[in-house]
Write a protein that binds this ligand. Structure first.
Ligand SMILES: [Zn+2]
Length: 333
């Protein structure tokens, strides 16, 4: 039986004040027990002494513990993770470290929770990993630290052995094509490693097109007999000319042609989170443009190394590719 059902009939409100009874009655049992010291007590101790004891014990036993919730509840390699933290006291700021990455938490006044988006790289081995938190007390300005360990499980990604045929210029490029590949590589190295400090994304992530997917994140494919590394994005089966929308708010980091990616758009959502859209036939934004979730950024196509018209979408978080499908499942506070 759920604890609240067991608790309700046995625990009648003790207060003589009707409004206080209401408040106490609605509290779950754990909070009620913790708040016991604040209840009117039998007249065995003077009230002032009781209050003094309460004040003295507060710093020793924080009334509310740290609580950390994750989405998804089971952490997986290749998947994003949304950390939601409730601190024992009001904080000015909250930062964290996770798998060697720096996290900057935002506060949601409506959900009364600190949250940060992070990820677990595809290569991360199953095991236990620690999230370190460091905050600052909003009143005393003293530092507060907390850490919690999470288990990362291995995700089941499909081993699709699909033989795909692409043009020779992608598998056996000429010296001239190698030069173009190298130029594209330099652009990616220069831009994709950037981390802008402020969060621009806001709320849930939307699908870039309303269409079925044709290949998932993490699958392995064979191009002209050569096994490729795992698929680092999500493919949508869309004909050329389909409008492609920004998955969330951000700033256009890249809007240009790259050798393998074709006409591509990269949106910087801040704090190291990027979304990438490849193989488009037409670009509808310029580098530096601000964009809102759902805004048109281009038309799909089959440019670059594509086996036919489709949209490849990728999510990159601090140099790690994450599953876009799992990012869209998050419910952001
Ligand atoms: Zn793809």
């Amino acid at each position: 039986m759920p604890p609240e059902l067991m608790w309700e009939p046995t625990r009648k409100p003790q207060s003589k004040l009707p409004w206080m009874s209401q408040l106490m009655w609605r509290q779950p049992p754990r909070l009620s027990r913790e708040g016991e010291a604040e209840r009117p007590r039998p007249q065995t101790l003077p009230l002032c002494l009781g209050l003094t004891l309460l004040v003295l014990t507060l710093p020793l036993h924080a009334a509310i513990p740290w609580t950390i919730h994750t989405q998804p509840t089971r952490l997986l390699n290749g998947a994003p993770v949304l950390f939601q933290v409730k601190a024992p006291t009001k904080l000015d700021s909250l930062a964290g470290t996770w798998l060697g990455h720096q996290l900057s938490f935002s506060y949601s006044p409506s959900a009364k929770v600190w949250f940060a988006l992070a990820g677990v790289s595809f290569e991360t081995k199953p095991g236990k990993y620690t999230l370190e938190l460091a905050g600052e007390n909003a009143v005393t300005k003293t530092p507060l630290k907390f850490s919690s360990t999470f288990t990362v499980a291995r995700a089941q990604y499909p081993e699709i052995k699909v033989e795909l045929s692409v043009e020779k210029k992608f598998t056996e490029p000429s010296p001239e094509q190698l030069k173009q590949i190298d130029e594209s590589k330099k652009v990616k190295e220069e831009y994709l490693g950037r981390v802008t400090p402020d969060r621009e994304w806001n709320g849930n992530f939307a699908a870039p097109v309303d269409a079925p997917t044709s290949d998932v994140f993490g699958s392995r494919r064979i191009f002209n007999g050569v096994a490729q590394r795992e698929h680092q994005g999500l493919d949508y089966r869309v004909p050329t000319g389909t409008p492609v929308a920004a998955m969330n708010d951000g700033t256009i980091l890249l809007a240009r042609f790259l050798y393998f990616e074709g006409n591509c758009v990269v949106i910087d959502h801040g704090q190291g989170l990027l979304t990438l859209y490849f193989h488009m036939s037409e670009l509808k934004v310029k580098e530096g443009d601000p964009v809102k979730r759902g805004q048109l950024i281009g038309l799909s196509g089959g440019t670059g190394r594509a086996t036919g018209p489709h949209l490849h979408v990728a999510v990159r978080w601090q140099a790690t590719y994450l599953d876009p499908a799992r990012l869209m499942q998050l419910s952001v506070p």
